[in-house]
Design a protein around this ligand. Sequence first.
Ligand code: SF4
Length: 419
Amino acid sequence: MENRRAIDYGTAMNHPQPLTMPIPGHIDPVPVPRDLKPRVDGRIDLLGLSRDDLRMALETAQLEPRQAKLRAKQLWHWIYNRGATDFAVMTDIAKDMRVWLEQRFAVSRPSVVEAQVSTDGTRKWLLRSDANDGQGSQDYEMVFIPDADRGTLCVSSQVGCTLNCRFCYTGTMRLVRNLTPGEIVGQVMLARDALGEWPSQPEGRMLTNIVMMGMGEPLYNFDNVRDALKLVMDGDGLALSKRRITLSTSGVVPMMARAGEEIGVNLAVSLHAVTKAVRDEIVPLNRKYGLEELLQACADYPGANNARRITFEYVMLKDKNDSDDDARELVRLIKKYKLPAKVNLIPFNPWPGSDYQCSDRDRIARFSDIVFKGGISAPVRTPRGRDIMAACGQLKSASEKKSRAELDRLAAEKQAALG
Ligand code: SF4
């Protein structure tokens, strides 16, 4: 059976190759690689390919299958364990083979448009990729948050966002496109570069945790997020444990079970409200997948237990979702669904044009107290990187102020698109 797709090397190559290369021998099951588009220089970017796709890219470039298998293993180690971007440093590969690879392949990183460091050590990058599909700006963000006992990288999954959560700056942007697996894992690679954390080793890292909480709704880019996180978790490469990775969703209920089964990382849910009326307003996806449905999907999430609790994110909005009754209802709902849960209370960071204000400190403390007394951990998160606008979407949008009418029109468009 031959159902492999061809790799199009384009016309810019110095050594044009046939578009389809029959591969001898029976392979069962036959892996089907994603379509690989060459970069503008005609080379194929190896970053973000699965092990099978990497080997098949070499075979399609006319490397004999056993050679391809060996080289793929070596390349995997150099790319994901050593952080190499230059074939010349791959000293266990013969020199003429390194030249052959260099002519056909590349190992990229996202370009850094802007990098900032906060007074509290938070780092933020505005990134841009080579990919150009003619849909306007391609910039996206990542943020690194160092703490005493851990370092967390907040990774983006989309340029812009499908959704329009009303407290979120990224929600005021159109979805430009989904990030590719290479662009998602590329954020982790770039952070490791910046932190000087090659070769990859489990002990003594600064980058210990990843949260898929940057720009975008990860479950609306499911395949690419899954494939990227598999690279991040691969034990021969970046080797980050699934227990140190958290995927955050605003409540794309039909994809939650698949996320648990196919990715298996920790789950965080942008809850932010406990009544239909308020959640419909601030997380409009709630009109499609309601609270009860969402909480049931949390109860069914594979692998959640007291050692791996589900995190509920709750942004504190003055006079909107911060009453004593709201706190008590939050406890009641978590208990009703028997959820192994913790709650993160997030003081709202207002942005130009936002409809809300942050709850007062005393109110947040009181809310936290009620939830704690209900037997559920509810710490108040300290805002980080405010001096560099480190909240999601703020760096990218700093120069893109929109009028109220534009914001409302965009919100209506996004809602209509969800059906
Ligand atoms: S909170 Fe997340 S899902 Fe909601 S608009 Fe912002 S980026 Fe999108």
